[in-house]
Each structure stands twice: as C-alpha cells, then as structure tokens.
Write a protein that binds this ligand. Structure first.
Ligand code: LFR
Length: 489
C-alpha cells in the first residue's frame, strides 16, 4: 500500500509540536516538523493563553510540512490540554484572550458552587473529578464576577475546537475535550442542563458535540494560500491530549493501567462504561470520554509540573540539563520527606522549591535543603502516589492491575520508570513517548478510512514503536515508605 501522511498538531502547556505521521504497510513512522514553546501570559495578575500566536505556529508547521518535507498531508488534526476555551461574540470573533486553567480566579469557586449544588449531586450528574479549573467552575466564576466577556458570548469553543474553527470556519465541539468540562453527562456526548442552570451558564453558548474521528471540513482557502497546502480535511481527532495518548497505549490482554506522563501524570484504566459511585466520588476519580465509546477512568496527579517548576526557578541562576536534576536526586537520600503531589498548594505557587519546603514544614517533616533533596522528595512522592492510585483503582474494579504502561514524554525518565516498577511490584512498559501525537495521527487515519478500529490502531502502534520493559527489583523498602506517605493523603 502507498504511503499516507497525516499532520498532527499537539499542544501542551509548555510546548507545541507539528508531527508528521507516515503510514505505510500498517507501520507508522514519525517526523517532527516543527516545535515551539508555549507558556501562559501573565497580565495584570491574570493568566491567559496566547491562542493566536499558537495558531501562527500551527500554520508554520503546516507550511514547513508542505515546503520542507514536500508533503501534502491527507489531513490535519489538533489536540490540546483540557478544560480551557475561547468565547466568541455574535460576529464569530474571540472575546478577550482565553483564560489559562492555572489562573487563580477559581481558587474558591468550587466551594461557592457547592452552596448552589452539592458536591455529590454535581459528581453524579457529571462523573468528573473535582478540580477547581474545570470549565464548569471557570464559567461559574465568570458568572459570579459578572465577566462582561461571557455576557456578549454567543459561542464557546474549547481550545482545539477553536483552532479547528480558525482552520475551517466550522464551530463544533469534540466529545473527548468537552468531557473535561464537567458539563456533560457521564459517558455521554450530551450536555447536562442541570449543571448549566445551577452555575447560571447560558445553555445556548455550547455547540453540538461530535465524536472523535469526524471530518470537520476543509482548510479555508486563505490558509491554503498562506501555507501552500491543498484543500485538505481537518479532522476532529480525540482532541483532548490525554484521550489521544490513551489511544496509543500499545497494550495486549486485560488488566493493564496507563500512566500518561507529562506536565500531568494521568493514571487510570480504559473502561467500557463510566464508574460513578460514592466511592469514586470520595476518591475523586474522573470519567472522561474516550474513543469508540470507552471511558477514561483516571485520576490527575500533579506530575512533572512539580519538577518543571523547580527547574524554572533553578534555571534563573544557571540553566540545568534534565539529566543533571536526575543525577542530583540519585545522590540524595531516599524517603527523608514526602509531599502529597496533589495538595492545592502546588497548583501554581510561583516558587515551587519554596512551596515544597513549606509543605514539609507544615507537616512536621524533614525540610529538604538541597536541589537534590527536593528532586528526590518529588520523585519518591510521585511514585508513591502512583502506588496509592493503583490501589484505589483495584478497590473500585475488584481486579488486580497486572502491568502499567507509561506513555508520553515522562517515559523517557528511566530512573523514574524503574522506581515505579519497584514500588508497584508489577512490570512497567515505557513508550511510546510521542503517544499524544500518535493518537492524533491514528484518529486522522481512521477518519479517512486508512484504519478501521481502536484494536487495529493499537496493533499498528505495537508493531511500530519500541517499548522499554522494567521489571520490579526493589532496592528500597517501598512498603515502609508507603505507610508514611499514605498519611498525607
Ligand atoms: C494534560 C491535561 C489533563 C487535564 C489538564 C488540564 O495535558 O489535558 O488531562 O486535566 O491537562 O487541562
């Protein structure tokens, strides 16, 4: 069979990429066409995304694909982080800049919302874990503060929907990204009107929800002219990055869990149906939408963000290599102190190393002094949180998790992969690291009929990418450490 090319735009909170997927004889190959930085804008105390500069970067990626790679892709598709959105006025123009989810305006929004609708009812209606930045709470906060942008808004598009709209002029909302909002019914592509009413959000601003793998339309003529691309289709892929990543788990057989490891650590299972109960509410697990009717039953763990933010502060003095940080942490003693990675203190503290020291002071533990000790504390605590979360999943499903697939950029950290296998006592499979872009590409391939099912997609990924295997061989007493760590949760 001849080669088919698909261009994936994969936007993360700290970087974005245009990745070209080349599918030939049921094997996939990748070429990175363009990479750029992304970061929140901090203006007058509020955090925003520079969505138009991101769009320019995507067009640069498309231009480079056509001109440098000499490839006219079959299609394009975009995935991004969850929950954030752009508001459009009646002319279809953006109202203000989209807020970034780590903005502090929602710091108290959840508690205020629960005065209108109880936590339990909100969970049963949505099946989504409570995080203060969920779209529900962002919009509720805009209602409370009478944000003028919301008053003139006629349409809400999540970040990837909005970028698709810029490419095609089509206003549609894709299911997996919409599911992060906490405004859909569990496991359904249907808005839950009771949540809109409770929050005071006008129900008419949201769009029709479409399934991942739908062709949205053709790239607009003005973009064809600017980039040199043909009138190619734009596909609504599994446009939530985590949903795309989960597509790429090269798993075989039954009881596996995945850890999509990047700025966040998303740890969970693929479930046939949503798991919504008082127990999952207490554990604060989410049921986000997946492809082919699956549910992503998972938990957000504050992942590499903790160490990325330390690095950002340390780099102010002198820029460090990632390996230097891993080496420093390897030299520091294990299990001297722990954090609960998900303490709200760590969401956006400004100075992460200080926040970690504060946390250890507050919890009467040893206060890490050196960079190595801080990094050690982060890595140990993350691994223990993975152990904690796997136990929770097992207690919900009653089934033992037999292996863990780590996908995404975090799978490059061999030391962490080994520690995870040691602490969990199960084999860990690491890779592919480009899981998100791969999932994006494969949903495009499905949309144009090049592949037919999730099963076939996973087989192709299994055959195309190397996966590292880590078997447990604990050198440390993880069980004893766990007993200390558990108390912080
Ligand atoms: C990961 C991710 C998570 C989501 C968080 C915020 O990039 O998409 O799944 O909870 O970002 O949107």
């Amino acid at each position: 069979m001849s080669k088919q090319h698909f261009l994936a735009f994969d936007l993360g909170a700290s970087s974005g990429r245009a990745i070209l997927g080349i599918l030939e004889n049921k094997k996939l190959d990748l070429v990175e066409v363009h990479r750029f930085k992304n970061q929140m804008l901090h203006i007058h105390g509020t955090y925003y995304w520079n969505i138009f500069s991101l769009f320019e970067e995507l067009k640069t990626g498309l231009k480079k694909c056509v001109n440098e790679q000499n490839v006219q892709p079959e299609s394009i598709g975009t995935d991004t982080w969850g929950v954030d959105y752009a508001l459009l006025n009646k002319e279809g123009q953006v109202v203000g800049l989209p807020f970034a989810y780590r903005d502090h305006r929602t710091d108290n929004s959840m508690e205020e919302f629960f005065e209108v609708l109880s936590k339990k009812e909100t969970y049963l209606l949505s099946g989504i874990q409570f995080m203060q930045f969920n779209t529900l709470f962002q919009l509720f906060s805009s209602v409370q503060t009478e944000y003028s942008g919301l008053k003139v808004a006629e349409s809400l598009l999540f970040s990837p929907d909005f970028l698709n709209y810029l490419f095609t002029g089509e206003k549609k909302t894709e299911y997996t990204i919409a599911s992060t909002s906490q405004l859909l019914k569990p496991g359904k592509a249907e808005w839950e009107s009771k949540l809109f009413e409770a929050a005071g959000i006008p129900g008419n601003i949201v769009e029709e929800v479409i399934q991942p793998g739908t062709v949205l339309g053709k790239v607009l003529p003005e973009i064809q002219e600017e980039t040199g691309c043909n009138a190619i289709p734009c596909v609504a892929v599994a446009s939530h990055d985590t949903a795309s990543a989960v597509v790429s788990v090269p798993a075989k057989g039954g009881n596996w869990a995945y850890l999509s490891s990047g700025t966040w650590s998303l740890l969970g299972i693929e479930s046939k149906e949503p798991l919504v109960s008082e127990k999952t509410l207490t554990m604060n697990f989410t049921n986000e939408g997946g492809v082919e009717g699956t549910t992503r039953f998972l938990k957000n763990i504050m992942g590499m963000w903790l160490i990325q933010e330390c690095k950002r502060i340390w780099d102010e003095e002198k820029e460090l290599e990632w390996q230097e940080i891993v080496d420093m942490s390897n030299k520091a003693e294990s299990f001297k102190c722990y954090i609960n990675p998900d303490d709200p203190l760590f969401l956006n503290p400004g100075n992460m190393p200080k926040a970690i020291q504060e946390y250890c002071t507050k919890t009467n533990q040893y206060i890490p002094q050196t960079r190595g000790e801080i990094a050690r504390c982060i890595y140990d605590s993350l691994v223990l949180k993975y152990k904690f979360t796997i136990k929770q999943i097992e207690s919900v499903t009653g089934k033992k998790i037999e292996k863990l697939h780590i996908i995404g950029g975090g799978a490059n950290n061999k030391m962490l992969n080994q520690l995870t296998a040691d602490a969990l006592g199960i084999p860990v499979f690491a890779g592919p690291t480009e899981a998100t872009a791969i999932g994006n590409i494969m949903l495009q391939a499905k949309a144009v009929g090049a592949v037919s099912s999730l099963e076939e997609i996973r087989q192709i990924i299994f055959d195309s990418f190397e996966v590292g295997e880590y078997t447990p061989s604990p050198k440390l007493d993880w069980e004893a450490a766990y007993l200390h760590f558990e108390k912080l949760n």
